[in-house]
Design a protein. Structure first.
Length: 127
């Protein structure tokens, strides 16, 4: 696990489509869908490798590590399992506390001014 004071090297932030944001889905579905989206975006870098996923959602971490979860998050988890198998990717999900997930929370809320003040190395991020 990275040191608490380690600095991020690269991050990204993308908005969900309006169609997805307007649906009243459980937070676990959104979190699992975010992992799926990330894997799709970064797939060329991940092929044949091992990926560590840090997440503050206990259910998603357990689901990723067991490759099973009940309810709505199972649909994106099935997609994740297929992506992993087809591209020879191993993942390990690691639970982090919400305080340690500050950057991800800021990115998901589009708080770019706060991010650039707190993480000057990410000043290149735009809204």
């Amino acid at each position: 696990m990275p040191h608490e004071n380690s600095l991020p090297v690269d991050v990204f932030s993308e908005r969900y489509s309006t169609r997805i944001r307007q649906r009243a889905l459980h937070i676990n579905v959104h979190e699992m869908s975010a992992v799926r989206h990330t894997l799709r975006l970064w797939l060329p870098r991940f092929c044949g490798g091992r990926v560590f996923i840090y997440c503050d959602n206990i259910a998603v971490v357990a689901g990723l590590n067991r490759c099973s979860i009940r309810g709505g998050p199972m649909a994106p988890l099935r997609d994740i399992a297929m992506l992993l198998a087809l591209n020879d990717i191993l993942i390990e999900a690691i639970r982090i506390d919400s305080k340690s997930n500050d950057l991800a929370n800021l990115l998901s809320r589009g708080k770019y001014e706060v991010i650039t003040n707190k993480y000057p190395q990410l000043a290149h991020l735009k809204e």
